[in-house]
Structures are given as C-alpha cells and as structure tokens.
Design a protein around this ligand. Structure first.
Ligand code: GSH
Length: 208
C-alpha cells in the first residue's frame, strides 16, 4: 500500500500527479503546512526534515519529488512516466534536478526571504532577487514548452506534473503568467488531463 503525505498546492503536487498517473491504489494524507503540521512529532517520524512530499511504500519512506517520481516511473514502466531510453530518462531527471535545486529555491527566496537573510534591507534584497530569478525561471520553462506538447517534448512525463507546481505558484503570486503563452496553453492542456484534474481538485477540496 502507498500513502502520500502532501500539503495542498505545495511542491508535493508533483508526486500527487505522478501517483495518480500510475493508476495504483493509494491513500493521500494531508499535512497542512499553513498549520505547521509538518513539524508535529508524528510527522517528523515520517520525514525528520519536516517537508512534504513523503511517500510510504509498504512502510518504507521515500522523500524528495525526484526520488518519488523516479521510483514511480520505474515501478510502473507500462505507464511510460519517463522515457525508456536512458539518455532521455536522464534528460527528465536532469530537468527535475534543475526544478528542485534552482527553480524551487528561487520561489522560496521570494516567498520566505526571512529564511535566507537577517535584517530588513537584506531580507528585502533576497525577496527581490527571488522574484526576478523565479520569473526568469518561469520564462525558461515557457521556452522549453514552445513548439512541444509537453515539457520534455512529444510525450507526457512526470516532469509535467512538477512544472505545474511552479505555474500555480506564479499565478497565485501575481506574476503575469498569460505573457508565457506556451506555458499557459500547456497548463490548460494539463487541466484537461483526468489524472491532473483529479489531483488538483482533490487538493483544492482539502484547502477549502
Ligand atoms: N526538494 C524537496 C523540497 C521539499 C520542500 O521544500 N517542501 C516544502 C513544500 S513546497 C515544505 O515541506 N516546506 C515546509 C517547511 O519548510 O516548513 C522536494 O522536491 O521534495
């Protein structure tokens, strides 16, 4: 049995979509970041880093979107969540590494600058740097999608679910997302996909 620990609208949406794509049964357990539930004693036993997502697989805990999504892709190869060709698979993993190590932290700097600096002026500088970097990263994702159906090319992969996280953050934080025409058209395509719609709507129900 698989259990996903997620928070609505957080980066755990990437794993939530990946899991839904497998078609396998799973339980989704909300850990509400807004209520600090990631720091409860019970959750720290699951992920001592106090972060979502975490995926329990028959009692074994997997963390980090890239780890979880790579696991799901390999466990359910018939679902073609990543290409079978090793170089193409590496391209997917490399893109997710960029998401995790560059794109996500740029948003964090804009959203939680106080975690990265001390003093009013320094915090304001980190926030401004985060906003500029995050926007530049969103523009880069837009250029990756231009001329393609999906982020990695002609086929849907787990990278698409991960890219949806950043589109949502950009839209919620007031970035001019409609200027990103390929990313916006792709987001609309994503929301037509039943697995994506189901994951997003189930998270919205939790946060409502
Ligand atoms: N690199 C990690 C990032 C995990 C992460 O930072 N998750 C955030 C939500 S988007 C979190 O749980 N934050 C809670 C906190 O920092 O207190 C991954 O991709 O899984």
């Amino acid at each position: 049995m698989m259990t996903l620990f997620f928070s609505p609208g957080a980066c755990s949406l990437a794993s939530h979509i990946g899991l839904e794509e497998t078609g396998a049964p799973y339980e989704a357990k909300p850990i509400l970041l807004a209520k600090g539930q990631q720091r409860t004693e019970d959750y720290l036993k699951i992920n001592p880093r106090g972060k979502v997502p975490a995926l329990s697989v028959d009692g074994k805990i997997l963390v980090e979107n890239i780890g979880i999504l790579t696991y799901l892709s390999r466990r359910f190869p018939d679902k073609k969540l990543m290409p079978a060709d090793p170089a193409e698979e590496a391209r997917c993993i490399g893109t997710m590494c960029w998401f995790s190590s560059v794109v996500h932290p740029s948003y964090q700097r804009s959203h939680r600058p106080e975690r990265f600096a001390e003093g009013e002026a320094a915090v304001a500088g980190v926030k401004e740097n985060g906003r500029k970097s995050f926007w530049a990263n969103l523009q880069e994702i837009d250029s990756m999608i231009q001329g393609n159906d999906w982020v990695m090319g002609k086929e849907f992969t787990v990278v698409d679910g991960y890219a949806l996280v950043f589109y949502g953050w950009g839209a919620r934080s007031g970035y001019p997302m409609t200027e990103l025409s390929a990313y916006t058209a792709w987001q609309e395509r994503m929301m037509q996909r039943p697995t994506v719609k189901k994951s997003v709507e189930s998270e919205e129900r939790v946060s409502a």
